[in-house]
Design a protein around this ligand. Structure first.
Ligand code: HSE
Length: 440
């Protein structure tokens, strides 16, 4: 058996602790599978005294993760601290500049600096693996980076934030408020340190930016993503969606169009009979549509210690099995120097169906006014429903729900602005885009 692969781990939170435990418990099995033992030589974490339920007595401890990356006697640096800035950034650069292989679960760092880091790794002949950065335990990076080589991808989309999917599922099933469901997701350890990153869509956006580059061979463009979170999704929206045959999911979508690449993260209505509508709780799902393969849909655990540690472990094992010094796979699917400039498609040109929910004064001409503005903007309606707001009482406001056929975002924005201008709306209208999986 070859020499042991020596790894250093920076960050012993939920994921880091799970990884150490699994590496210790499955030591013999991994050594056989990888053809060499994997040993944890060094670790770094903020709190040395915390009981993590793992034995670290024979492992070197570094207070400073950058020092670990720069000086420890290791072959692989595993970064599990998170965050796009230092110390994660400095530590990964220190490791790559020594020619160490690097494994990270850090989507923010990759979304911000992924191209530069990929160039560094490729120049040094080091591997930079990041399976855990997108959709937790689902091997989506490997699928796009390796398995689909030669395919032309037209769309990649999915549920990539376990916290949001958990919240939306719990609201739908139990009729609980958004705040109650978020608290529970935090208690279960799914949410980011700052849950705003989850619920406002930034976490999904970071993941999407990485997938876009792998799918389309363009530069990573995290600031060119249309972004809406789930904070203003109400039980009323969830119920209305169900009645109309849809479920609401927070999707990240990257799509090739005639005018460029669309990258968008927003609450989305998906047909109830589609597979993605059935993906519940913390589970993630990513679909890839490509010309040779057709549609590939991968579903699996997207958040939590074990799911993420499983992906990190796979990345470490790939390094253990690789030929010494061989930089087999370009980090971002194609060599970093050959990534194309990102060409952004305008959101106003997006084409799709729309759900529009409005609370209106109950008076003559409202329905006709709404229908007129839709017609003026050449928007064809799939359905239109009027409901009592709270009680069936002539004086109460009414809820009007429209579902459009495929139309241009620009037309919807103009029609909604005209409706608002008429003065009969109560509060803001809710507009939710509809996404149709290829199978639906
Ligand atoms: N907070 C993230 C989620 C963890 O909920 O999916 C995995 O990136």
């Amino acid at each position: 058996m070859s020499d042991a692969l020596k790894i250093g781990i920076a960050g012993l939170g939920t994921v880091g602790s799970a990884l150490v435990r699994i590496l210790q418990e499955r030591k013999e099995k991994l050594a056989i599978t990888c053809g060499r033992p994997i040993t944890i030589t060094a670790v770094s974490a903020r709190d040395r005294t915390r009981d993590r339920g793992i034995d670290m007595t024979t492992t070197a401890w570094f207070d400073d993760p950058v020092e670990l990356a720069a000086k420890a006697d290791i072959d692989v640096f595993v970064e599990l601290m998170g965050g796009a800035g230092d110390p994660a950034d400095a530590a990964v650069r220190a490791a790559l500049s020594r020619g160490l292989h690097v494994v990270i679960a850090n989507k923010a760092l990759l979304a911000r600096h992924g191209v530069e880091l990929a160039k560094m790794a490729e120049e040094k002949g080091a591997l930079l693996n990041f399976e855990a950065a997108v959709a937790g335990g689902i091997p989506i990076i490997k699928a796009l980076r390796e398995s689909l080589t030669g395919n032309t991808v037209s769309r990649v989309y999915g549920i990539m934030n376990g916290t949001c999917n958990y919240i939306l599922t719990k609201m739908q099933r139990e009729g609980l408020s958004f705040a109650e469901c978020l608290k529970e997701a935090q208690r279960l350890g799914y949410a980011e340190a700052d849950p705003a990153f989850d619920i406002e869509g930034n976490d999904t956006a970071h993941k999407l930016a990485i997938l876009t580059t792998l799918a389309f061979g363009s530069q990573i463009a995290p600031d060119d993503i249309y972004l809406e979170g789930i904070t203003n999704i109400s039980i009323e929206d969830i119920r209305a969606a169900e009645d109309l045959g849809y479920r609401i999911k927070l999707l990240g979508v990257a799509q090739r169009t005639e005018t460029g690449i669309e990258q968008r993260v927003h609450p989305t209505m998906v047909p109830l009979d589609s597979v993605i509508a059935q993906v519940d709780g913390v589970t993630n799902a990513v679909a890839i549509e490509s010309d040779i393969l057709g549609e590939l849909l991968m579903v699996g655990p997207g958040a939590g210690g074990n799911a993420t540690a499983s992906a990190v472990l796979g990345d470490i094992a790939d390094i253990a099995k690789s030929r010494p010094g061989a930089q087999d796979v370009p980090v971002l699917g194609r060599p970093a120097r050959e990534l194309e400039p990102y060409r952004r498609a305008r959101m106003r040109s997006h084409e799709g169906g729309y759900f529009i929910r409005m609370t209106v004064e109950d008076k003559a001409g409202v329905f006709a006014g709404i229908a007129t503005h839709m017609a003026e903007n050449r928007i064809s309606l799939e359905s239109i429903v009027q409901r009592p707001h709270k009680h069936v009482d002539a004086a109460e406001p009414k809820t009007i729900i429209l579902v459009t056929h495929a139309t241009m975002e620009d037309a919807v924005r103009k029609a909604v602005a005209a409706i608002k201008g008429d003065g009969y709306l109560i509060g803001e209208p809710q507009v939710i885009r509809i996404e149709r999986p290829r199978e639906a």
